[in-house]
Design a protein around this ligand. Structure first.
Ligand SMILES: Cc1cc2nc3c(=O)[nH]c(=O)nc-3n(C[C@H](O)[C@H](O)[C@H](O)COP(=O)(O)OP(=O)(O)OC[C@H]3O[C@@H](n4cnc5c(N)ncnc54)[C@H](O)[C@@H]3O)c2cc1C
Length: 427
């Protein structure tokens, strides 16, 4: 995207085209202006437009330019945080409400994909959180216990069943979550965009918001070449925020994450590696993830940025890792490589912010934004439509707070991943 083959990699190669959009070059009026063309903004636009609201979405670059077009495509049903820690962190009301909402998030994603016939390689066979060693297994046992106590359809699988499903004997077990699955993330974002346009939303790309003021009680949102006057502003810019809400990005610490996609595997390999196409990640601190795309490419990822010395280090580590995990693969060729920045908040939970009267947004999904972004976008729409009060939202209102030692932590994550991958899998 924007002539950078390492920004959206495989997803850009294989996603259907987005709807035709153009830069905003005039002065227009709407009920709601949405800033950001990722899952949060697109879901809000779709649900508002379906309810008959006059809605305009402004995207700085292209639909799915941020995390939405770069991610792994795991449709998760929770966060990294253990279920029991939600009420501890947010209080019992918000904690359980958020857990419930996140647990139902993948179902909403599937519902929208079905309703709007979005071609995005949806796989419904669940995800496997794979245990590395006895410590990893212990963590998953506890996670399983906490989810099962809430009635969630998660199952702890032993090493043999994990090996049968993954095609690798590297794991001590895994947690199967049947609420979850995988999709082609950019295709999903573009599909939401098509659905929003069809419902009547006006989408403008190449239209970064650079300022906003209040005039006569209405919001005026400015881009370089045009402006929108509206009653409400939804800020859906998350980790890729620029312009007036850049503070949202500064609240988060960037964790770089890269993906490499092999060429399509032959039939025998496809029968042995993830024959059920579950999406996987492991319990390591510097985690790895892997999944299949529809054409049988294995998409393998981990922490790190594919730039400078990182490119060679991470790719060479990935080759060694794949050899250990899946010896049957032999020497692999990578057809695409890309990376992005995951925005992490200090308690690894999302945020609800109000930036002024009728200016609001959710952000900070900590690498878990497909289902939550879709869900929160819908929730923002319902809030504006008067169907959900602020008191009934799943998160308390918080002030934006700049992350402490942000630059230092980001440099540490990027360099730390390089060191770990330079030395890792050699012995
Ligand atoms: C490498 C990577 C892997 C990930 N893996 C997963 C995964 O497997 N599963 C999962 O659920 N989540 C994953 N995530 C997280 C997920 O992608 C994000 O949480 C999600 O994209 C957030 O959606 P969003 O709509 O809120 O923001 P984004 O998708 O980031 O969209 C924000 C948009 O706002 C635009 N914008 C910013 N500033 C302005 C402005 N001033 N004016 C106009 N537009 C503006 C940006 O250009 C961008 O397109 C991953 C993220 C990354 C980076």
């Amino acid at each position: 995207m924007l002539n950078d083959p390492r920004s959206h990699g495989l997803w850009e190669k294989t996603a259907p085209a987005p709807p035709a959009t153009r830069r905003l070059e005039e002065t227009i009026s709407a009920d709601v202006v949405i800033v950001g063309g990722g899952y949060t903004g697109l879901s809000a636009a779709l649900h508002l437009a379906e309810a008959g609201t006059n809605v305009v979405l402004l995207e700085a670059a292209e639909i799915g330019f941020g995390g939405a077009g770069r991610n792994v495509g795991l449709i998760n049903a929770g966060m990294w945080v253990m279920p029991d820690d939600f009420p501890k962190e947010l209080g019992p009301v918000h904690g359980e409400r958020l857990l419930d909402l996140l647990g139902n998030g993948p179902a909403l994603v599937r519902e929208l994909i079905g309703k709007h016939a979005i071609a995005c390689e949806l796989e419904k066979n669940g995800t496997l959180h794979c245990a590395v060693g006895p410590e990893g297994l212990k963590e998953l046992e506890e996670r399983a216990r906490q989810w099962q106590a809430r009635g969630a359809p998660v199952t702890l699988l032993d090493a043999a069943e994990t090996e049968r499903r993954v095609g690798s004997g590297a794991y001590a077990g895994s947690l199967l979550d049947m609420r979850a699955g995988t999709l082609q993330p950019l295709a999903y974002a573009r599909g939401l965009a098509h659905a929003a346009v069809k419902a009547g939303a006006r989408l403008h790309t190449g239209s970064a918001v650079i300022g906003t003021i209040d005039i006569d009680g209405r919001k005026v949102v400015r881009t370089a070449a045009g402006e929108v006057t509206a009653d409400w502003i939804i800020v859906a810019t998350d980790a890729y925020s620029t312009g007036p809400w850049e503070q949202v990005r500064r609240e988060q610490v960037y964790l770089p994450y890269f993906n490499l996609a092999t060429t399509p595997l032959g039939d025998n390999l496809r029968r042995s590696i993830l024959p059920g196409r579950e999406g996987c990640w492991d319990t390591r601190d510097i985690l790895s993830s892997f999944r299949m795309d529809q054409a049988g490419r294995l998409v393998f990822g981990s922490v790190g940025a594919l730039r400078g010395t990182g490119t060679a280090i991470h790719k060479s580590w990935a080759r060694r890792s794949l050899k250990r995990l899946f010896p049957q693969l032999g020497n692999v060729e990578f057809e695409a490589e890309w990376y992005g920045q995951i925005g992490m908040t200090d308690n690894a939970l999302p945020r609800f912010h109000k930036f002024g009267r009728n200016v609001l947004g959710f952000s900070g999904y900590n690498g878990r934004g497909i289902a939550p972004g879709t869900t929160f976008g819908k929730l923002l729409a319902r809030h504006i439509l008067g169907e959900v009060s602020e008191a009934d939202l799943p998160l308390p209102l918080t002030e934006v707070q700049e992350a402490g030692f942000r630059a230092m932590k980001e440099a540490y994550y990027e360099a730390g991943a390089q060191i770990a991958h330079f030395t890792g899998e050699r012995f």
